[in-house]
Design a binder for this molecule. Structure first.
Ligand SMILES: [Zn+2]
Length: 476
């Protein structure tokens, strides 16, 4: 059996994975802040983490996966740096939508769970909410006080980075230097000792409207800083030292650096042994952002007529440590490939009889399995693993055995290939005509007209997907 190798941001090398408990993985992944729909860049990280979990499960490990729900304390300025600046995202969304912060949290948590299911991301065993773990966060801050790593000002309780020499070890000194260059001006609290000191507990403002989410604490009424929840909840459910902590690359310099400082500062023990970070998703070759109008959501993908699993297939085409570029054309290509793979798998499993496999065919199957595991073991090379699946699909392995092998591999890919079957239905003439028309305008690369025709097809209760062998019509 191959040993899993993973790139560890902590050591900046690819290491052989050694679990704390034999054949078990404790994994914590940073979850969504439930104030808006996650965009497809966030989902790339969540799907990649799911692929990592499924890989371990395929390799015979049990995985305890904990993912948090951030439903308080994540300020609009937090992603900019250590600044603890800006409005609370939850309360800001509540104002905008005319709801309470609690309703906002509930709505977007439910949406997250629903979209997670659509993308076939396995449910974490524990999905703790920050607001359900206020006591744990307070006692962690108390532990930091006891160790002399925290101090209080009139506005907040801070972590004292100068007292923790290993601060920033995750990102390397370069990232810290970069932050010095850009962060100097962002000091909201002049009682702060160092600009990198970050809030563990924020005191509610005494002037202005009351916050909707606030709690009593030994330091006064307020709410937890964003980072402390991940330390408190990961250690509660996985222990003070656990195997893997994962998240997007945007978390390395600040959020994860702060998590390490708080956790190791409080316990004096290593926090997570392996840090796995997922690269960005770009859109049309550039940055994705709400202000750019291209921060697409799962719902946008569905509205455009795509099965959400097409998005999942698209994610499989890029290695998690490399940027992946999203375009609607690339998604179209993923749709065609997925349709093709579904049909091959379905057709293969329709065969009535199982052929007795020759030695040669058995060796072929074993060879594919070995290549598949090798690809996964090499720092989760999913595009390579997907290429192996395609080799199987195109091979001369007899029907049912081919379908079985593809379905076995799909335990990792999560494309639901075992469940798919073409629905038998009659295509009305009107729909057929539109499909033919659409094919001809597509041949002329008149995408706008093709889009209009597709909408007309959808209005009649059908949809069309393009595959290598031509258009495929489906009932909506
Ligand atoms: Zn986190």
């Amino acid at each position: 059996m191959m040993n899993m190798k993973l790139y560890n941001t902590l050591t900046r090398t690819i290491e052989e994975f050694k679990p704390i408990q034999e054949k078990h993985v404790g994994m914590y992944t940073c979850g969504p802040t439930v104030y808006a729909y996650p965009q497809i860049g966030n989902w790339r990280a969540f799907v990649s983490e799911d692929l990592l979990r499924r890989t371990f499960e395929y390799l015979g490990y049990t995985v305890t996966h904990v993912m948090n729900i951030t439903d308080v304390g994540h300020l609009t300025g937090d992603n900019l740096g250590d600044a603890d600046l800006g409005e609370d995202r939850m309360e800001k969304a509540a104002k905008k939508e005319g709801k309470t912060a609690w309703d906002i949290a509930k709505f977007y948590t439910n949406d997250f769970i629903h979209s997670r299911e659509l993308l076939h991301i396995e449910a974490p065993q524990v999905l703790p909410k920050a607001t359900d773990h206020i006591a744990e966060q307070i006692s962690l801050v108390q532990a930091l006080f006891e160790r002399g790593l925290a101090y209080k000002t009139d506005k907040a309780v801070y972590f004292d980075v100068a007292k923790f020499p290993a601060y920033g070890k995750l990102g390397g000194q370069k990232l810290i230097d970069k932050r010095v260059a850009t962060r100097d001006e962002l000091v909201e609290d002049d009682q702060k000792h160092h600009p990198f000191d970050f809030a563990l507990w924020k005191l509610s403002p005494t002037d202005g409207p009351r916050r909707q989410m606030e709690w009593e604490s030994p330091w006064g009424v307020g709410f937890p800083g964003w980072h402390i929840e991940c330390s408190a909840m990961s250690m509660k459910y996985l222990g003070e030292t656990f195997d893997i902590h994962a998240g997007g690359v945007d978390h390395i310099a600040i959020h994860h650096a702060n998590e390490i400082a708080q956790s190791e500062g409080a316990t004096g023990k290593p926090f997570a042994n392996y840090w796995v970070h997922i690269a960005f998703l770009t859109v049309d070759g550039g940055r994705m952002g709400k202000s750019l109008g291209n921060a697409y959501t799962v719902q946008d993908v569905i509205t455009k007529g795509f099965d959400p699993l097409v998005l999942r297939y698209f994610y499989l085409t890029g290695h998690y440590r490399k940027q992946l570029n999203f375009t609607w054309d690339a998604l179209q290509a993923a749709a065609a490939a997925l349709t093709n793979l579904r049909e091959i798998t379905w057709r293969s499993q329709q065969e009535k009889e199982r052929t007795v496999l020759s030695e040669e065919k058995l060796a072929l199957i074993d060879g594919f399995r070995k290549q598949f595991i090798e690809a996964l073991s090499e720092d989760l090379n999913i595009p390579q693993a997907l290429a192996v699946v395609w080799e199987v699909a195109k091979s001369n392995i007899p029907g049912i055995d081919k379908a079985d092998l593809i379905k076995e591999f799909d335990a990792v890919l999560g494309l639901g290939l075992a469940d798919w079957h073409p629905e038998s239905f009659e295509i009305p003439n009107a729909v057929n005509q539109l499909v033919v028309e659409r094919t001809s305008v597509r041949d002329e690369k008149d995408w706008a007209q093709a889009d209009i025709l597709r909408k007309q097809i959808q209005a009649l209760g059908f949809d069309v997907q393009d595959s290598a062998t031509g258009p495929i019509v489906k009932k909506l």
